[in-house]
Design a protein around this ligand. Structure first.
Ligand SMILES: [Zn+2]
Length: 260
């Protein structure tokens, strides 16, 4: 799971996450504003691509401030979760928690992909100037919305982490931002899992050992059929797990106890 930039054309970032040009009540913008440009450097309603594949959980058509937009939600894989955690964006953990990334695209001209699913190679719609947008510091009047030259055209891109657990359902990171928004530039900088790090695991019986591999398609566990296989996972051409010590003895140790 690796993000892509929402535009394949030239672009300019006109407002960052921490800026407060329009005096946001939260004290900061909490998102990034991106203006797509054609080859001549002119603003145009470029196709917007989803930064990650995911589910459309809301299609906004009428909001006065946001204009037209899409909210997308995707279940994070282990790599994205660890990356955001390492960058201070997971401030609430629950043992049974499922972590989602919500991505919000605002001010769109139209929404063209309405089948409920967003995939990498299909544009969601086009960048526009619907909702509350400004041109030279002045709100763009309604009769200028959705028509050339698309005064104030930009895409407002917001990201936040949503936690679903038995004891908590909602956005986290509320200490940083009242809506729990995190910097989309941090999310876009994620490079995916460059190296899969296998872990030694054991079941609750404390007898059944295995190796757990967190892949972009989910977590896989392979249980050792016996001591020979467990030892073989020490080899260079295998998982290179410390299952054999320097003296050649089998090491029955684990990095993680499975919840079952
Ligand atoms: Zn914005």
């Amino acid at each position: 799971m690796t993000p892509q930039f929402p535009f394949k054309c030239r672009y300019q970032i006109t407002q960052t996450y921490s800026q407060n040009l329009n005096n946001y009540p939260e004290g900061h913008h909490g998102a990034i504003d991106i203006v797509p440009l054609d080859d001549n450097g002119h603003v145009f309603p470029a196709p917007i691509y989803p930064i990650f594949p995911g589910s459309e959980i809301a299609i906004q058509d009428t909001d006065v401030v946001k204009g037209k937009g899409v909210r997308e939600r995707l279940l994070m894989d282990g790599g994205l979760y660890q990356y955001l955690k390492a960058n201070g964006c997971i401030d609430h953990e629950e043992p049974d928690g499922q972590y989602f990334l919500d991505v919000l695209y605002w001010h769109m001209l139209d929404v063209t992909d309405k089948d409920g699913t967003l995939s990498d190679d299909t544009p969601i719609g086009h960048a526009g100037n619907t909702g509350m947008v400004y041109h030279n510091g002045i709100p763009v009047p309604d009769n200028q919305k959705g028509v050339p030259p698309y005064l104030g055209l930009h895409t407002h891109l917001e990201t936040s982490v949503y936690l679903k657990a038995k004891n908590y359902v909602g956005y986290i990171n509320l200490g940083k931002d009242p809506q729990g928004r995190i910097d989309p530039m941090l999310v876009l900088a994620y490079k995916g899992i460059s190296m899969l790090v296998p872990k030694r695991v054991v079941k609750q019986d404390m007898v059944t050992y295995g190796v757990m591999i967190d892949t972009p398609n989910g977590c896989q566990i392979i249980y050792a059929t016996g001591e020979d296989q467990w030892r073989s996972w020490n080899k260079q051409d295998s998982y290179q797990l410390p299952t054999v010590n320097a003296a050649g003895a089998t090491v029955w140790e684990h990095d993680y106890v499975l919840p079952f």
